[in-house]
Design a protein around this ligand. Structure first.
Ligand SMILES: Cc1cc2nc3c(=O)[nH]c(=O)nc-3n(C[C@H](O)[C@H](O)[C@H](O)COP(=O)(O)OP(=O)(O)OC[C@H]3O[C@@H](n4cnc5c(N)ncnc54)[C@H](O)[C@@H]3O)c2cc1C
Length: 436
């Protein structure tokens, strides 16, 4: 059995197709081979999502031989099943806490790099034929209370904020908000496949259906064993985010904190339905609560609506979570809930104990690096983190990575209890949402 993390076993079962709108609406992927037999590479990358593929693309571009081992199909992980909102998130600290911890210079560098990266990612989407899937010019951030509305006009460095007027209705936009740019909506599965093509085009090997079942350290080399082969490499980059397994390598255990996110997609809304919330256009949106909702009107006129909830992702909880999502649509976007949810799926995002991403060496001597912990905003931050991790393993100084995402995340004590920690944190955060 493939080693797995602390969630329900079914979450890690790559043989199960993801019942997402993205799978239903994307053309079939090209055929890609699995790892067969013995192979060597300079850098082995575990995980074929945004982070691993972005890293592979950069490494190959530098002439460094990189091989990506992905357990499922390309995009089977969170990269092929997310909300498709490419925005400025990536950590869960308050702005004040981020500044206290890292100082204004590093925080500015962090955001400015992310803003520049998002603009480049948008261009990548257009250049790779996904232009008709790029939606909006920014992310609409909607205040969940009058207090939360204060300060929303102050965008992070490198970003701009345009005010959104209160909707005048009993909906999620009643207190108004701001559109933060650059940000956009995208078809996430088509994006991850485009990244796989770009990495392969640059010379990397992208091998789906290749779960790493065992990891042996043999002298200065690593040997990663898959069901039909093994890969030897001097350097390993772990890019498994919310699917990070325990028991594969001691450097990794207990550092990733997976949290379940849930998404429903409705049938196309009618013109009358869309007229109920005219403020919702092409820009993807989210509210300001800790236990946030995120939503988009897709190019096909369907509503995509997502929220956190449930701590293990077990099948037994799927029907309850589906009902909860539909109830939340009715509360926040009354009128849209009449539209049947035709698709519903789930998956893990990845938090860390320090609430910021983790890009750096897990074990510098043994050359094991990681790029994970995007806190639910991996389209921008995961592609950027993969890029920076590639630079690191190619020899760039660690200081090139802005401090808010630099270095491995600390281990949590008693890592088997992560779902319990998440349950407690969710309760506290929901309480905080009610009083802020
Ligand atoms: C429901 C949902 C909604 C989201 N919405 C958004 C959004 O709107 N905007 C946004 O920016 N982000 C969103 N996210 C987060 C975003 O999807 C992730 O942050 C991002 O996809 C992570 O990319 P990654 O490459 O780091 O990891 P992943 O894409 O999760 O890839 C990790 C891969 O590692 C593989 N793996 C694990 N173990 C092994 C092994 N032993 N051997 C080989 N391979 C292995 C897995 O199969 C998996 O495919 C959402 C996530 C979810 C689940």
């Amino acid at each position: 059995m493939m080693p797995r993390g602390p969630l329900a076993a079914e979450i890690y079962d790559t043989a199960r197709p993801v019942p997402s709108w993205w799978e239903a609406s994307a053309p079939p992927d090209r055929a890609r081979p699995a790892l067969e037999g013995e192979r060597t590479a300079e850098v082995a990358i575990i995980g074929g999502g945004y982070a691993g593929l972005s890293a592979a693309r950069v490494l190959a571009g530098l002439g460094i031989e990189a091989v990506v081992l992905e357990a499922g199909a390309i995009g089977w992980g969170a990269s092929g099943r997310n909300g498709g909102i490419a925005g400025p998130g990536g950590h869960k600290l308050s702005d004040a806490a981020l500044l206290r911890r890292h100082g204004a210079g590093e925080v500015t560098r962090h955001y400015a790099l992310l803003a520049e990266h998002l603009a480049g990612l948008r261009e990548f989407c257009v250049e790779t034929g996904l232009g008709d899937q790029v939606q909006g010019a920014g992310e609409m951030v909607l205040a969940h209370s009058p207090r939360a509305a204060r300060g929303l006009d102050a965008a992070p460095p490198g970003f701009t904020a345009r005010p959104v007027a209160p909707s005048g209705r009993a909906d999620v936009a009643r207190y108004g908000g701001a559109v933060v740019s650059p940000a956009f909506g995208i078809h996430p599965l088509r994006l991850v496949r485009a990244l796989a093509d770009a990495a392969a085009g640059a010379g990397a090997a992208v091998l789906p259906g290749s779960p790493v079942m065992a990891w042996h350290r043999e002298g200065a080399q690593h040997r990663l064993v898959t069901p039909r082969g093994s890969l030897r490499a001097r350097t390993v980059l772990v890019a498994t985010n919310g699917f990070t397994p325990d028991g594969l390598d001691p450097a990794l255990d207990g550092r990733a904190v997976p949290v379940i996110s849930n998404i429903a997609v409705t049938r196309p809304l009618t013109g009358d339905e869309r007229a109920q919330h005219p403020w919702l256009g092409a820009d993807p949106a989210a509210d300001t609560r800790n236990m946030l909702s995120y939503f988009r009107l897709l190019p096909e006129g369907r509503l995509l609506f997502g929220m956190r909830g449930d701590v293990t992702g077990a099948d037994a909880n799927t029907a309850t979570m589906r009902q909860r999502v539909i109830r939340r649509i009715a509360q926040q976007l009354p009128g849209f809930a009449e539209a049947e949810a035709e698709y519903f799926w789930r998956g893990p995002i990845c938090a860390t104990a320090r609430l910021t991403p983790a890009v750096g060496w897990l074990d510098r001597t043994a050359r094991v690096a990681c790029a994970l912990g995007w806190h639910g905003s991996g389209i921008g931050m995961g592609t950027l983190g993969g890029r920076l991790a590639a630079g690191l393993v190619a020899g760039a100084p660690e200081a090139e990575i802005p401090a808010p995402m630099r270095g491995p995340a600390p281990r949590l004590p008693l890592p088997g209890l992560r779902p319990v920690y998440v349950a407690v944190a969710m309760k506290l955060l929901a309480m905080q949402d009610r009083v802020t």
